[in-house]
Design a protein around this ligand. Structure first.
Ligand code: DGJ
Length: 299
């Protein structure tokens, strides 16, 4: 797979899983991401080797089932005029205690970017039809570009850009992953970071982010911490001034390799559908992270 291009699935069709996420469950990888075609919001593909991807399902669409839960949310998957809302950067983790696959994403109302909310959906299987539980503003805060991080002990975190993107918030999730439990960090106030992606190498946590320049790529930065809830370092550059023409989607570790997955956005409007993917290896040495730009995705 050539970096920067729109990859295809095993049927030779474009793989639409942008701003996405890979979940490893049992012996299978599930790639979730934005699919803005037709009535779709989130699509899911599966693979055993990270190279050959089989389309599984449009797991969240305008017609998905909706179900309230104990948190007060807005159950809305369409605009009032019947048009689409926006569901961006979907991430899915599996909750060992409830057996549920829990999806978090960034919700906007389809007219503008003022809603800035977190959306939650669940399913009993990784690639089934997800049930939408609505969106809300955690503790009243704006919540835009987001990611999830699940620690080895099962504690999970929702990380999202707050205050018109000025600050990056880290929320610890409740045990069932259905709500935020505590706002544990407010990072890099006024530095306007987007597209967070977290990984843990040894006992150290790393968070990559981009700056806010719409669809245009910019200088990636990362920070280091010895605890998700503790003190994070200041931001250090990674990659070049365009993060090798990409924006972070997520980080996946496999066979000792740390793989950065990024989007190479085509742009807004119709150009969005030409958006491609990159995978660049990350190397950690003495707490420093470096990114290697390669022509091919070394999967
Ligand atoms: C940057 C964000 O990271 C993307 O997910 C998308 O929302 C674009 N902005 C839209 O301009």
């Amino acid at each position: 797979m050539q970096n920067g291009t729109l990859w295809t699935d095993r049927d030779g069709l474009p793989l639409h899983a942008h701003g996405g996420w890979i979940l490893q469950y049992e012996d299978t990888y599930y790639w979730y991401g934005e699919d803005r075609r037709d009535r779709f919001y989130v699509s899911c593909y599966m693979s055993r080797n990270l190279k050959d991807w089989t389309f599984r399902n449009h797991i969240l669409t305008m017609d998905s089932p909706m179900q309230p839960y104990r948190v007060r949310t807005k159950l809305q998957l369409k605009r009032e005029d019947g048009g689409k809302v926006n569901l961006e950067r979907p991430k899915v983790i599996w909750n060992r205690k409830t057996g549920k696959f829990v999806l978090w994403a960034h919700f906007e109302n389809g007219n503008d970017y003022t809603e800035a909310a977190a959306a939650v959906a669940t399913c009993d299987t990784p690639d089934g039809d997800f049930t939408y539980h609505g969106h809300f503003n955690p503790y009243g805060y704006m919540s835009r570009d987001c990611t999830l991080f699940q620690d080895e002990d099962g504690t999970a975190y929702f990380i999202s850009a707050a205050r018109d993107n000025a600050d990056m918030h880290v929320y610890r999730l409740s045990e069932d992953y259905m709500n935020v439990d505590a706002l544990v960090n407010r990072l890099w106030q006024g530095e306007y970071r987007e597209a967070p992606a977290v990984t843990k190498i040894g006992d150290t946590y790393y968070m990559l982010t981009s700056f806010c320049t719409g669809w245009a790529p910019n200088q990636g930065k990362y920070a280091v911490s010895d605890s998700m809830e503790g003190r994070w370092s200041s931001l250090k550059d990674i990659g070049d001034v365009t993060t090798y023409h990409s924006q972070p989607a997520f980080i996946l570790q496999r066979d000792g390799k740390v793989l950065y997955f990024g989007d190479r956005w085509g742009g807004g409007g119709e150009k969005y559908f030409t958006s491609g993917y990159v995978v660049y290896p990350l190397t950690e040495k003495n707490g420093e992270l470096t990114m290697q730009c390669t022509e091919e995705a070394l999967l």
